[in-house]
Design a protein around this ligand. Structure first.
Ligand code: NAD
Ligand code: UDP
Length: 313
């Protein structure tokens, strides 16, 4: 049995990860300030003796009075409406100070630490699909930069703690992931479209809808995180994790409308600035190093996610 700390453990990915780790027989310590996460996401775990929750802001130093084998660092809002605007400064602090505090803890505990970086570090990509050696095209002063540059700085911190402090790191770059435990008001495209269609509201496409994303179902992504954490010590990443099947936002809207089958009307709103035009991971490295590729098709993943939101609404 390993003792595993998950920051951001009440969020969408974090809560799915905590469940999987507890079910696999580990002891899990979940650390979160519940900014975009919630206790409902971990309600099936809260009475489990192998699960504990600490309400804590990762911008403050983190101390734990027991040995820790592994740390997954997920704390950070991931939805543009949640990380931008008034939250921007806090987002950068969470990325940077949160990384420092998690890395210091890993150093003290001699724990392996995995950072959840993001496809956003590629910005508006000039290389398509994106490979790990592409250095990105980020607007450092744009409205997304609080997140993009915060995550880029965290990558730098991870590699410098590895080089100069001997910390055992794993760095993953996650591409758009969706599924149960996203919040109904999360603001990301799949949760928005499904909740809008289920409640008979207009489906809001930003821009012309010809921008693309590649969506990965959460169970596939969690499997990849665990494989990466337990990969050979010398393998640090960065490694892209996501589903390479690319779709326009317009096609996504139509797919969801067709599945939910009501008369939802699609309306067009302005495109937020610096919204990437296209995004698709090259996952050759993940296939080679982790023997991993996504198994869940978009159709199957959407069905499960629609069922989840139907049960909530
Ligand atoms: P989420 O917003 O659902 O979860 C983030 C969690 O972090 C929440 O529980 C939130 O309360 C917590 N948190 C935020 N600021 C905190 C702070 N200062 N102190 C303590 N806890 C804090 O987002 P998610 O989709 O689950 O993303 C998890 C991680 O994965 C994030 O780091 C995100 O950048 C990364 N990621 C996710 C995706 C995706 O598509 N879901 C893609 C790329 C990267
Ligand atoms: N989007 C949209 N309608 C919405 C929410 C998002 O058209 O209600 C678009 C958004 O502009 C972006 C894409 O869908 O082009 C993915 O948005 P999301 O916020 O889910 O992820 P990210 O932009 O971070 O990849």
């Amino acid at each position: 049995m390993k003792t595993i700390l998950v920051t951001g453990g009440t969020g969408f990915l974090g809560s799915n990860l905590c469940s999987r780790l507890v079910n696999d027989g580990n002891k899990v310590i979940c650390v979160d300030n519940n900014y975009t996460g919630c206790m409902d996401n971990v309600k099936s775990l809260i009475n489990n003796p192998n699960f504990s929750f600490i309400k804590h802001d990762v911008c403050d130093e983190l101390d734990i009075n027991e040995p820790i084998d592994q740390i997954y660092n997920l704390a950070c809002p991931a939805s543009p409406p949640c990380y931008q605007g008034k939250a921007s400064i806090k987002t950068t602090k969470t990325c940077v100070l949160g990384a420092v505090n998690a890395l210091e803890l890993a150093k003290r505990k001699n724990a392996v630490i995995l950072q959840t970086s993001t496809s956003e570090i590629y910005g508006e990509p000039l290389v398509h699909p994106q490979t790990e050696d592409y250095r990105g095209n980020v607007n450092p002063i744009g409205i997304r930069s609080c997140y993009d540059e915060g995550k880029r700085c965290a990558e730098s911190l991870f590699f410098n703690y590895h080089r100069y402090e001997g910390v055992d790191i794993k760095l993953v770059r996650i591409f758009n992931t969706y599924g149960p435990h996203m919040q109904t008001n999360d603001g990301r495209v799949i949760s928005n479209f499904i909740c809008q269609a289920l409640s008979g509201r207009n489906i809001t496409i930003y821009g012309d809808g010809y921008q693309t994303r590649s969506f990965c179902y959460v169970d596939d992504l969690i499997e990849a995180l665990i494989r990466m954490m337990n990969s050979e010590k010398s393998f640090t990443g960065p490694i892209n994790l996501g589903n390479p099947s690319e779709i326009t936002i317009k096609e996504l809207a139509q797919t969801i409308v067709d599945k939910i089958g009501n008369e939802a009307k699609v309306i067009y709103k302005s495109l937020p600035s610096d919204d990437p035009t296209r995004r698709k991971p090259d996952i050759t490295l993940a296939k080679e190093k982790l023997g991993w590729e996504p198994k869940t098709s978009l159709s199957e993943g959407l069905d499960k996610t629609i069922e989840y939101f139907r049960s909530l609404l």
